[in-house]
Design a protein around this ligand. Structure first.
Ligand code: FMN
Length: 204
């Protein structure tokens, strides 16, 4: 085994350490180096994907472009939300969040390979694997962030704004940045693993 490989205990600790860190807990002034971003995204692309279709595209918003993203999200929310469901607080957050995080990555599932033979669900699953890779790689680098999936990502006006083709889908916005110095790393819980396992041994 290559000595470059981390030991199992380290990988397990990394997986358990990852937390969803909201934009308000990221340092908006501390830039994330583009080389690091590329490494994290390249790590994402090592996810399993059926037929090697690599069904992902990462739209990386940094600097001024985050305000454009905020505007695109807000317009789509306004256009796609019936008046009785419209919430001012959601509208405000859509405008604020992209400016609080130094990096926002719109993660798109693109159906461009495999001659259309791979079912959509498998392409979605591959992108989900990639996004987990991305989050784990970012965590290992010391970055914080989270996967956000507001329904507005499916709204026609947002799809048009981002340039999503028919059949493709934006599956999430991943917010990334350096955690604020004062952030207390959040704790989370998972139910006991034995509640989730069915041992099927023998002939029964
Ligand atoms: C597909 C997917 C979509 C998610 N969308 C949202 C979201 O829209 N808003 C949100 O607050 N968290 C979202 N999350 C993050 C979860 O809320 C978070 O993973 C969960 O609370 C567990 O916390 P942890 O990530 O710190 O373990 C999403 C996670 C996944 C896997």
């Amino acid at each position: 085994m290559s000595s470059l490989l981390p030991d199992h205990a380290s990988v397990s600790a990394l997986l358990r350490h990852r937390r969803s860190i909201k934009p308000a807990d990221l340092d908006p002034a501390r830039v994330v180096d583009q080389g690091l971003l590329l490494q994290v995204i390249e790590d994402a692309t090592w996810a399993p994907n059926h037929g090697l279709t690599e069904p992902w595209k990462f739209h990386v918003f940094t600097g001024e472009s985050r305000a454009l993203l905020a505007g695109g999200l807000q317009k789509a929310y306004r256009d796609s939300t019936p008046p009785e469901e419209f919430r001012e607080d959601k509208m405000r957050k859509m405008g604020e969040n992209p400016l609080l995080a130094p990096v926002v990555i719109a993660c798109v599932m693109e159906r461009h390979g495999g001659g259309g033979k791979i079912p959509e669900i498998e392409e979605v699953e591959a992108v989900a694997c990639a996004l987990q890779n991305l989050q784990i790689s970012a965590t290992a680098a010391g970055l914080g962030g989270y996967w956000s999936s507001p329904p507005v990502l499916e709204a026609p006006s947002f799809r048009q704004w981002l340039g999503i083709r028919a059949g493709d889908r934006c599956l999430g916005l991943v917010y990334l940045g350096w955690p604020k110095a004062e952030l207390k790393w959040p704790r989370s819980v998972r139910r006991p693993v034995l509640d989730k396992v069915v041992w099927r041994e023998g002939t029964a």
